[in-house]
Ligand binder design. Structure first.
Ligand SMILES: C[S@@+](CC[C@H](N)C(=O)[O-])C[C@H]1O[C@@H](n2cnc3c(N)ncnc32)[C@H](O)[C@@H]1O
Length: 309
């Protein structure tokens, strides 16, 4: 991910070393995170891969097994990490995450407060966005989840940019030491309205808040509370349509007659006398909407702190 060097310089390390985390990529729907260990092997349906063969290769390399099968070794970016991390809770996915980062105006150097941490999916992207000089302070009242998130941030090399604390934010609010210091606050809590007054205290003048809730009743209640100290309150639902692009064999006649870029492959053509003529299919790149696209995840409510002076 990001090498977190003490000089706080962004550095994207491109060569794989012993101990690095890599994403072993078979297909877009089949990948996993592996820590490279000189004497270990990875075994899958394509054969046995020696980790020692990976060391010194660049991220993005294609590597081969003893049987000539292959996988790609990709860098553990937040986008890929979200797809492979262990789900200890519901998580935010990339469509919501990217909107949150843009709309909260999170940039390098920002200070962000978040609760709850959950599986750290959003936290990972927030942390990359604030690097190299900002910081994410994330809070969860579940001790074990907080501990697992800390371990994950160590693994992904982000631990110098994120602090995980165990705290009940709905009950106690954010710690007073952050009052007036946060550029942005993000809430993914069952009763966010309980944490909103504290979030308002934490924000710098003009700071932004976002609350993620799966149900519209939670949104309504949050908006009522937001009105006291916030302006520009807006709620969004982000729906993403994903396409699968792959090569398929398509019959030539069909392509010419319907001008399509992706209709079903067909093996025979019907002649005027009713007989079927076999047609040799030709390879063609097809793009189709994925059948299992994600629907509703939740509502994102954004607001900006009112200037009270
Ligand atoms: C849905 S998960 C957050 C998922 C996270 N946004 C992600 O992308 O991985 C909600 C988290 O809020 C935590 N939580 C619930 N109530 C809380 C409270 N009062 N204070 C702090 N954390 C709380 C839960 O323990 C849980 O881990």
């Amino acid at each position: 991910m990001l090498a977190n060097d003490p000089a706080k310089k962004l550095s994207f390390k491109r060569c794989i070393s012993n101990g690095d985390l890599v994403i072993v990529y078979e297909r877009h729907d089949n990948m996993r995170a592996v820590t490279v260990s000189e004497n270990s092997v990875l075994q899958n349906r394509f054969g046995v891969f020696k980790h020692s063969d990976w060391i010194g290769k660049q991220f993005g390399s294609k590597v081969f097994s003893n049987k000539g099968g292959f996988v790609y070794l990709l860098a553990p970016t937040p986008e890929l990490w979200t797809l492979v991390l262990s789900h200890r809770t519901q998580i935010l996915y990339i469509a919501d995450i990217s909107f949150v980062i843009t709309y909260l105006e999170i940039v390098p150097g920002s200070v962000v407060l978040e609760s709850g941490t959950g599986s750290g999916s959003l936290t990972t992207s927030l942390t990359r966005a604030v690097a190299p000089t900002g910081h994410v302070y994330t809070f969860d009242f579940h001790e074990q989840r907080a501990g697992s998130a800390r371990e994950d941030f160590e693994k992904t090399g982000l631990s110098g940019l994120v602090t995980v604390t165990v705290r009940d934010i709905q009950d106690e609010g954010f710690p007073d030491e952050f009052a007036g210091l946060a550029d942005a606050v993000f809430l993914d809590l069952p009763q966010p309205w309980l944490a909103i007054p504290s979030a308002a205290k934490m924000l710098k003048q003009d700071g932004t808040l976002c609350s993620f809730s799966p149900c519209v009743e939670q949104v309504q209640r949050s908006c009522e509370t937001l009105r006291t100290s916030f302006t520009d309150i807006r709620t969004f639902e982000i729906l993403l349509r994903t396409y699968e692009v792959r090569e398929e064999k398509v019959d030539k006649f069909q392509r010419e007659s319907d001008g399509s870029n992706g209709s079903l492959p067909c093996k025979r053509r019907q002649c005027s006398d009713g007989s079927n003529v076999p047609i040799s299919p030709i390879p063609s790149v097809m793009a189709r909407p994925c059948s299992e696209a994600k629907g509703h995840t939740g509502y994102l409510t954004f607001a900006r702190l009112k200037c009270l002076s």
